[in-house]
Design a protein around this ligand. Structure first.
Ligand code: NOJ
Length: 550
């Protein structure tokens, strides 16, 4: 087994500079602030930070509208601050991956400005144009209800341009070899600056060739191979982590049949069935979703997450399933978004500590790389009075001090949560650090546990037949070391009985309680799970492997 695929057992932490820590006092988070918080991240136990876009931007889509790919937005500091941050992160063993947003630029990018005003400019063909208004001008919007079109008339260019997202985000023409060369330059630049890879934004749309009125769009998967080859030539251990909310049958094409596509991909499908299980107590559809997305390629890997900076997209559930999740987690219309998603944070949806632990324990135990969203480690809430997805983008709550210890400014980029049970006075890092049983300390412990259970990143897995629909049981094996993980989604306790005879595993060692359980005289395991209970066991007589590293 090739053991130096670092991402197999990495624990990632996603954050947006803007709302993490403001040291300059202008109300916007910056690299100096983030650098000061590296020790916090190190103590939490994470080993990879994923940074949301921080390049110069008009900031109309949380930085996903870039106007210069080779810089740092002045609000966040300078390139010097970036390098300093990377250097100090490296010293603590923390890798940094950054967003690669190349499906589109900002309409303020000089390339687009020149493209629209000069037909003969080389940049004209860097974007996607149509002289006529395409019949499908109002089809395929990613943000329905907010975004009105995908083809918009530009008065300066006197043509229609294509934009998969908002109209201030014109799509780049990836069919143009010059655009591809420029994207390589961008990747090369940031790799040279020390990043360990990229979270690639909007992958399915990057792969799509845009032709007006074309119903069957070609997807150029070969372009993913090209990106991967480039990245790997430049830096052997760099990774691509793809954002692709696709159906399970499509996903293997992204990894590439010969592991020549992207290394990691967010598992949106399983994510939605995790929320379904949490909402209904029924774990069976989640087990099916895991099977449907089983990855058989040793070098490829899923990334698992609970919430992120966007809406919780439930678009892959059936209407009936979605309505059940809405009923439990987003009963008010204001909590929903784009007709298919939820714009709340995890803690406010779940509403109790037991279920939060269950959700995170589950995420850490799924076959893949776990990704935590900043603030979830302390159970931060949301602010539904903010527009669209901004509800979940409030500043990190460091302390009970003014502005949650995030900034000294009077006015912030987004207001801190200051009312109700999730207000910074109640929910913050400083307080939780001092409470032994806080969510923050629990999270630190489970991160350490995940890092000790390398079977999850490397091993083979099977769903265990627990006989209880609300209990998901998983068995992992890697190099002779096994793990059994159980999660009960029901509000009541259950005893589960299962059989590991074939695997000759007669003893289970509880990794959290450090107790043992043995099989009965029929060779069956009996485990009692509390309401919303979860248990992690090493199986067999393998306690000597408890701290195996990989
Ligand atoms: C996906 C990102 O997650 C989202 O936040 C952004 O709005 C779109 N891509 C457009 O870049």
């Amino acid at each position: 087994m090739i053991e130096d695929l670092w991402y197999k057992n990495a624990v990632m932490y996603s954050l947006d500079l803007e709302t993490f820590m403001d040291l300059s006092g202008d109300g916007v988070g910056d690299f100096e602030g983030l650098t000061r918080r590296l020790d916090y991240l190190h103590a939490l136990g994470i080993d990879t930070v994923w940074l949301a876009p921080f390049q110069p931007t008009p900031n109309k889509d949380n930085g996903y509208d870039i106007s210069d790919y080779y810089g740092v937005d002045r609000r966040h500091g300078s390139s010097g601050n970036f390098v300093e941050f990377i250097h100090l992160a490296k010293k603590r063993g923390i890798k940094v991956i950054i967003d690669l947003v190349v499906n589109h630029t900002s309409d303020q990018h000089p390339w687009f400005q020149e493209a629209r005003s000069d037909k003969n400019s080389k940049y004209r063909d860097w974007y996607v144009w149509s002289k006529e208004k395409p019949d499908d001008w109002d089809k395929g919007m990613v943000f329905p209800g907010v975004q009105e079109a995908t083809w918009t008339y530009d008065k300066v260019a006197k043509e229609y341009f294509f934009h998969r997202f908002y109209k201030f985000q014109p799509d780049l023409n990836i069919d143009n070899p010059e655009v591809r060369a420029e994207i390589k330059r961008i990747m090369g630049y940031w790799l040279q600056m020390g990043v360990a890879g990229f979270r690639v934004d909007a992958v399915p749309f990057i792969l799509e060739s845009q032709v007006p009125n074309e119903t069957k769009r070609k997807q150029r998967f070969e372009y993913l191979h090209e990106m991967r080859r480039f990245v790997q030539w430049r830096r052997g251990d760099a990774v691509l982590l793809g954002e692709a909310n696709v159906i399970p049958e499509e996903s293997m094409k992204y990894f590439g049949e010969n592991s020549d596509g992207i290394h990691l991909m967010f598992n949106f499908y399983v994510n939605q069935y995790m929320f379904y299980a949490l909402a209904t107590g029924d774990a069976e559809p989640l087990a099916k979703a895991l099977e449907a997305t089983r990855n058989t390629m040793p070098a490829a890997q899923w990334a698992h997450f609970l919430r992120n900076h966007d809406e919780l997209d439930l678009g892959r559930l059936t209407e009936e399933e979605r309505q059940k999740v809405f009923a439990r987690f987003a009963p008010d219309e204001n909590m929903q978004l784009y007709g298919r998603g939820i714009r709340r944070r995890l803690s406010t949806m779940l509403g109790n500590r037991l279920q939060s632990e269950l959700a995170y324990s589950l995420m850490f135990s799924l076959p893949g790389t776990p990704v935590i969203r900043y603030g979830d480690e302390i159970g931060m809430g949301d602010n539904l009075s903010l527009e669209e997805r901004n509800a979940v983008r409030t500043p990190m709550q460091w302390s009970a001090d003014n502005q949650a210890g995030f900034s000294k400014a009077d006015k912030l980029i987004h207001p801190v949560v200051e009312e109700g049970p999730y207000a910074y006075e109640h929910v913050n890092v400083e307080t939780q650090r001092r409470q032994p049983d806080s969510l923050l300390n629990w999270m630190t412990t489970i991160i350490r546990l995940r890092q000790e259970c390398t079977e999850i990143g490397w091993g083979d897995w099977q769903i265990l037949d627990t006989g209880v629909p609300s209990v998901l049981g998983m068995h992992y094996n890697w190099q002779g070391s096994s793990l059994v993980v159980l999660h009960n989604f029901a509000e009541k306790a259950y005893e589960v009985v299962f059989d590991l005879k074939q695997k000759e595993e007669s003893k289970l060692v509880d990794l959290m309680a450090n107790t043992e359980s043995k099989v009965d005289d029929k060779g069956l395991h009996h485990i009692t799970l509390e309401a919303y209970g979860y248990r992690w066991f090493r199986a067999g007589d393998l306690s000597h492997l408890m701290f195996k590293q990989g």
